[in-house]
Design a protein around this ligand. Structure first.
Ligand code: AHR
Length: 503
């Protein structure tokens, strides 16, 4: 439990951390990525044949290095909306025979020069796990089963042999598979009602698990607190021995996916918007528990977690998807991303995976040019969290003032608080505590009493800050201090501070 007590702005805030108060394990997959056939994410992003910065496969080496630096544990592919008209067979086999297709999500011509084998080889080079989304728009169950067989089967069967024929003997063992993407959306090819989706998802899940019981299947949700989520969770998270070989410790659905993008040109609305995701996680977790209770799912079946497989700061009006969604980020956006990441740490109990959308060029902290990569302001909080905020999430007590103005979305006000100091803490496997504090104010340094750090302890300080929240620039610094007897620490305005110490 992380608790917040509002006090008047004039009073001195306190933050209390106790390394014994463990909330949950932070899944490594919280720091996942997402690469879609959209804009310059694949072509010109991770795949750029002919560029001197690419390897013999056409993979950009500087992008691979950046992914390694971020220690991205899992990457979702090939969409997104793109997947609703994607036929995976178009993207395997000899390149010269692959068909060019009109794709309908971003209204582009898809060359299919990059497909399943290329993506899976790229994942091996990066050292990350693949996560595939299935085509629930124009795709069929047969096609989906064929894809799983192609990727995972070691049998003497048609698609496993096709993989061998294409040069890959060993199965890839792709574990994570999403049952469609945003099938509720009016923009989606093959948009469905929640009833039609739940029916189809359940039947596909049964067949997929019969083919490969090791798969982890992800149900397509919306934003969490919606009747779509409530309905599909209730219909699909149930106890059914069919398809599971009679196992009482497994279920057809392993995670429920939700997507939220936040953004506002107003700094305080921008940085408090991710709090809507926090409330959405809590509500979705409640819906999952409710379904398990009402559907009498035995406690031997692990509780389904949330797969937050698209999140980020994105305003489609300023960076339209059809134009490649190349967001130009500010310090304010970097701080919003830091609050997003605090949300995932605080709600670690419910998060099985989260994927920033996206990993390169498209709504991304990482941009490529023909000459190299450029790291936008949100890169720095992402790097610091991925590097240090792993292990166990710790309970934190925060007493400070609160932003009380308008929020985006409006419903945040009344549903969840918006403190000036947004805080989370993690206890690493090395016994080091990492405390992440975002001072969301634009111009007010906040002196705080910090309880839990021993006086005299050496504290490593990582900081992301800048010269104005609307500047497209952020600085990152690292220093070391000796913790003072007074336990007083000042968090600069508009900054993320990550304090690391041995308790
Ligand atoms: O990430 C960009 C798009 O946003 C994805 O394709 C879609 O799933 C979402 O609406």
């Amino acid at each position: 439990m992380t608790s917040f007590t509002r006090i008047p702005d004039e009073e001195r805030p306190t933050i209390s951390v106790d390394p014994q108060q463990i909330i949950a394990t932070i899944e490594d997959n919280t720091y996942g990525g997402f690469t879609e056939h959209m804009g310059r994410c694949i072509y010109g992003g991770i795949y750029d044949p002919g560029n001197p910065l690419s390897d013999e496969n056409g993979f950009r080496k500087d992008v691979i290095e950046a992914m390694k630096e971020l220690k991205v544990p899992v990457v979702r592919y090939p969409g997104g909306n793109f997947v609703a008209t994607y036929h995976w067979l178009d993207g395997v086999g000899p390149r010269e025979k692959r068909p060019k297709r009109q794709e309908l999500a971003w209204v582009n011509v898809e060359s299919n020069q990059f497909g399943t084998d290329e993506f899976l080889q790229w994942c091996e080079l990066v050292g990350t796990e693949p996560f595939f989304a299935l085509n629930f728009g124009t795709g069929t169950l047969d096609e989906a089963l064929g894809w799983v067989e192609y990727c995972n089967s070691s049998a003497d069967t048609y698609y496993a042999n096709l993989r061998r024929q294409n040069g890959r003997e060993k199965p890839y063992n792709v574990k994570y598979w999403a049952l469609g993407n945003e099938m509720w959306g009016p923009w989606q090819v093959g948009q469905m009602t929640k009833e039609a989706y739940a029916e189809r998802a359940y039947q596909w899940a049964k067949a997929l698990k019969l083919l490969d019981p090791s798969l982890k299947l992800i149900l397509c949700g919306k934003e969490g607190p919606t009747s779509w989520d409530s309905y599909v969770i209730k219909e699909c998270i149930r106890f059914d021995l069919h398809g599971l070989g009679g196992s009482t410790t497994a279920s057809l659905i392993d995670m429920h996916s939700i997507h939220i993008y936040t953004a506002s040109g107003d700094h305080l609305k921008n940085v408090t918007a991710p709090r809507s995701a926090e409330r959405a996680i809590q509500i979705t977790a409640g819906l999952i528990d409710l379904a398990r209770i009402e559907n009498k799912v035995p406690t031997t079946v692990p509780r389904q977690k949330i797969c937050f497989d698209e999140w980020n700061v994105w305003d489609p009006a300023r960076a339209p998807g059809e134009e490649g969604a190349e967001e130009a980020y500010t310090l304010s956006d970097a701080l919003a991303v830091a609050v997003w990441l605090n949300v995932f740490v605080r709600q670690a109990e419910y998060i099985g995976m989260a994927n920033i959308a996206q990993s390169v060029n498209v709504i991304s902290p990482l941009m490529t040019t023909a000459e190299g990569v450029h790291k936008q302001p949100p890169w720095w909080p992402l790097l610091l969290f991925s590097r240090y905020m792993r292990g166990k999430a710790l309970s934190v007590g925060v007493k400070c003032g609160e932003y009380q103005g308008a929020t985006h979305p409006e419903w945040i006000r009344g549903a969840i608080e918006t403190p000036w100091l947004d805080v989370s803490a993690a206890l690493g496997d090395d016994g080091v505590v990492s405390l992440a504090v975002v001072n969301i104010t634009e111009d007010k340094a906040i002196e705080t009493e910090l309880r839990g750090i021993p006086a005299g302890a050496k504290v490593e300080v990582h900081r992301v800050s800048g010269n104005g929240v609307l500047e497209r620039h952020a600085e990152v610094s690292t220093s070391e201090i000796t913790w003072p007897e007074s336990h007083a620490y000042e968090f600069p305005a508009a900054s993320l501070t990550l304090l690391r110490y041995k308790p």
